[in-house]
Design a protein around this ligand. Structure first.
Ligand SMILES: C[S@@+](CC[C@H](N)C(=O)[O-])C[C@H]1O[C@@H](n2cnc3c(N)ncnc32)[C@H](O)[C@@H]1O
Length: 266
């Protein structure tokens, strides 16, 4: 499939499924709706706070790429950053505009945009943050290069992509390959076809470090985070116990689904 056609599919998927909104049954665009999404996101993913460190960037110029329903984006605004946000889908932008309005908050700019072609000049931002986004974009490397391009020298990127060597990816493979009698299908193939929008990718730590080594970066960190998904928390006691035993053997710090990436542009 052509990259542009795939991007249309990705856009269509996320326009119908704004990230995190499945967490609530409250009436759309009410305060209860947004607060329920926020409460549940951070109950499930408290690790977002230690990774993003929102309040450290007070007064800084930041860009969030792929804002979704804006749960992290509103933290940047509340933390006193000069916050810019983009997303591929009009529905995400509508969510974030309504959300900021409800609290009387203002961002510097929120607009529809493409991670692969950022509409900002070189060396613009102190921080670029993108959580769970660029692995959905057909040209993930182009999106990464765009993030680096718009960062100021000395600026920091904080990115999360999915981790291929994670418990969740293995469980997903068992469900969609092994139990469907096609064990020859790779983890990458299964994630591409079954994980959220079509074309989702995941990376190993080694692979991501090799990609990042091509750019002028320093203080590069690539660290998996063991998540709610790897713990199989939505499943029964037996499944949770199985996940816990496997992760103890393999090492929890090695098999998390979220691959966090942090670096400084030289
Ligand atoms: C899993 S959601 C994550 C949203 C948000 N960062 C969060 O953590 O809740 C993925 C988001 O990436 C956006 N996205 C996918 N490809 C994109 C692209 N090329 N440019 C901008 N946003 C993109 C989707 O529209 C969707 O809102």
């Amino acid at each position: 499939m052509e990259k542009e056609q795939l991007k249309e599919e990705v856009k269509e998927f996320w326009d119908k499924n704004t990230c995190g909104t499945f967490l609530t049954e409250e009436e759309k665009f009410t305060k209860a709706y947004f607060e329920d999404i926020e409460e549940k996101r951070y109950e499930i993913h408290p690790e977002v706070f230690s990774f993003a460190q929102f309040s450290r960037f007070y007064g800084k110029k930041i860009l969030e790429v792929g804002i979704g329903a804006g749960t992290d984006f509103i933290q940047w605004v509340r933390s006193g950053t000069e916050a810019y946000g983009i997303d591929l889908t009009p529905e995400a932008i509508e969510h974030v505009k309504m959300r900021l309005n409800l609290y009387g908050l203002e961002a510097k700019e929120i607009k529809v945009g493409d991670a692969e072609n950022l509409d900002y000049s070189d060396n613009t931002f102190d921080l670029v943050y993108s959580f769970g986004v660029i692995h959905h974009s057909p040209d993930t490397i182009k999106a990464l290069e765009e993030i680096i391009r718009v960062l100021k020298p000395g600026g920091m990127a904080k990115i999360m992509v999915y981790h291929r060597n994670s418990l969740l990816a293995y469980f997903f493979w068992i469900k969609h390959a092994l139990l469907k009698f096609r064990p020859w299908k790779s983890v990458a193939w299964i994630l591409w076809h079954y994980m959220e929008s079509l074309g989702t990718k995941a990376y190993s730590v080694k692979e991501m470090k090799q990609i990042l080594a091509k750019y002028q970066l320093e203080d590069v960190k690539v660290v998996p985070i063991y998540t709610y998904y790897d713990r199989l928390e939505r499943f029964n006691w037996f499944m949770r116990k199985t996940a816990s035993c496997i992760s103890s053997i393999l090492g929890r710090d090695k098999v998390g689904w979220f691959l966090t990436i942090q670096f400084i542009k030289k």
